[in-house]
Design a protein around this ligand. Structure first.
Ligand SMILES: [Zn+2]
Ligand SMILES: [Zn+2]
Length: 291
């Protein structure tokens, strides 16, 4: 039996909008039966206007220092807990600053011995798509409507995947976070999604089936069934992301990710191992390990 997640492990120690120490997060993952667990703290931001709420006091320099401390602590824990769990140390990207993000992300990836990276887009042209309904409504109006916002978002994800080639592509349809229950993408938006899926297939990336949407009351897990079914049809592998932001949320909702993967017709889920890289686990071999 294997049980895993590779997008998450944010901690209040190194992330202003998370809780717990990194050690508490890791020890909770062990308690909750994870065999493999990825830590993907948010990358630093490089401009004051790109700070997340709550990071103002830290500032750009403080954020860079916190990230450096995160990597050191995560690598220490990876070794210290090696007998109990396979930990993977990575980070979650941004496409920020809008000019120069790619160089910034590649430089960061090369600066430390990361096991993997999670490719995420949270903004369009420096404006958050997932911070608040009000901000997203204003961005939607400026771009000419929801469909235009969605297409701009998927184009940004495609560009990120093609240029950065991340190991995992995060919460593919984050852009629908504030859409009402029962929402589905239009044929035009789906064409942009097809292009994104092609890019993921070409890059060899693995899709994050992320239960944060469900856990936080923003509809089904990311991505929606209509995307997951297409991803399966074109042979894109999937993995789990609990998007945990503290010990409390470690693994919470992953049963929903598993159910969505099964419903889309997948027979296996991909998991990253230290010895053999990506492997595939049959759905009936996926369960938390019990003491
Ligand atoms: Zn976060
Ligand atoms: Zn994210």
């Amino acid at each position: 039996m294997v049980w895993f997640s590779y997008h998450g492990g944010h901690s209040g120690e190194f992330c202003a909008h998370a809780t717990s120490t990194l050690e508490e997060v890791v020890d909770t993952a062990i308690e909750r039966g994870f065999t493999h667990y990825g830590l993907s703290e948010h990358c630093p931001r490089y401009r004051a206007q790109d700070l997340y709420p709550g990071e103002e006091k830290l500032g750009i320099a403080g954020l860079a220092a916190a990230f450096e401390a995160y990597v050191a602590r995560a690598l220490d824990l990876r070794d210290a807990r090696a007998g109990e769990i396979e930990l993977f140390v990575g980070f979650e990207t941004e496409t920020l600053p809008p000019e120069g993000w790619l160089q910034a992300m590649m430089t960061l990836r090369d600066a430390y011995p990361f096991d993997y990276i999670v490719g995420s887009v949270h903004d369009i042209c420096g404006r958050w798509v997932d911070f608040s309904p009000t901000d997203t409504a204003a961005l939607t109006a400026d771009l000419g409507g929801s469909e235009a916002l969605q297409i701009a978002y998927f184009d940004a994800v495609t560009n990120m995947v093609e240029s950065l080639r991340p190991d995992i592509v995060a919460h593919l349809d984050l852009v629908r976070k504030y859409e009402p229950a029962g929402f589905s993408f239009s044929p035009r938006a789906l064409r942009a999604i097809e292009t994104t899926l092609e890019a993921i297939g070409t890059s060899g990336g693995v899709l994050d089936v992320n239960c944060a949407a469900f856990r936080n009351g923003y509809g089904p897990v990311y991505p929606l069934p209509q995307i997951l079914e297409r991803a399966r049809a074109v042979g894109i592998r999937v993995t789990f992301g609990d998007d945990s932001h503290g010990a409390q949320t470690v693994g919470v909702g992953l049963d929903q990710s598993l159910a969505a993967i099964a419903a889309a017709g997948y027979e296996t889920v991909a998991y990253l191992t230290r010895a053999d890289g990506w492997r595939e686990a049959a759905l009936d071999t996926l369960r938390p390990r019990r003491g």
